[in-house]
Write a protein of this length. Structure first.
Length: 140
C-alpha cells in the first residue's frame, strides 16, 4: 500500500514539475511581418545584388521550420520570393538552399527586435549578411 501511495505521489510531482518547465528558446515564435532597419555584409555581394530599397519580410511558422516571404519591386516588375528555412538542433539556427546557407536568428533586449545573420558560399566567395529587423517600420 505504501509503495502504491509513493508511486502516485512521485507521478504527481513529476507532472507538476513538467507543467512548470519554462519553454526553451528554440520554441520562440518568429511569425509576423518584420521590417529591416539596418543591413551589413562582408563585401561578398555583387553590386547588382546590393539593395537600394528594403521591403518587409513576412515570416510564417511551419511546424518548427520557417518560411520567409518578400515581395519587392525590381526592374519595373513586382517579384515574390519565398525561402524555406529548416529548423536545426541548435536554437535559433536554420538552414536553407539545400543546407548550403545557415540562418541565425537572435533576439535582442529591445522588444520585438532580432538580428538575422545568413552565411554560406557563393562561387568563390564566403557570403555573410546581417540584418536588424523589428516589428514596426523605422520612422523618418
Amino acid at each position: 500500500m505504501k509503495r502504491l501511495l509513493l508511486t502516485f505521489v512521485l507521478l504527481g510531482l513529476v507532472a507538476v514539475l513538467k507543467a512548470q518547465e519554462v519553454p526553451s528558446d528554440d520554441q520562440e515564435d518568429y511569425s509576423g511581418i518584420w521590417f529591416p532597419k539596418a543591413m551589413i555584409h562582408n563585401g561578398s555581394l555583387p553590386n547588382h545584388n546590393k539593395p537600394s530599397k528594403v521591403f518587409p519580410v513576412k515570416m510564417t511558422a511551419l511546424e518548427g521550420d520557417l518560411e520567409a516571404e518578400v515581395i519587392f519591386w525590381k526592374n519595373g516588375q513586382c517579384h515574390n520570393v519565398k525561402i524555406l528555412m529548416k529548423k536545426t538542433d541548435e536554437p535559433g539556427k536554420f538552414t536553407s538552399f539545400d543546407d548550403k546557407r545557415f540562418i541565425y536568428i537572435t533576439a535582442l533586449p529591445v522588444k520585438d527586435h532580432y538580428i538575422v545573420y545568413c552565411e554560406g558560399c557563393l562561387p568563390g566567395k564566403l557570403l555573410g549578411v546581417g540584418k536588424l529587423i523589428g516589428d514596426v517600420p523605422r520612422r523618418p
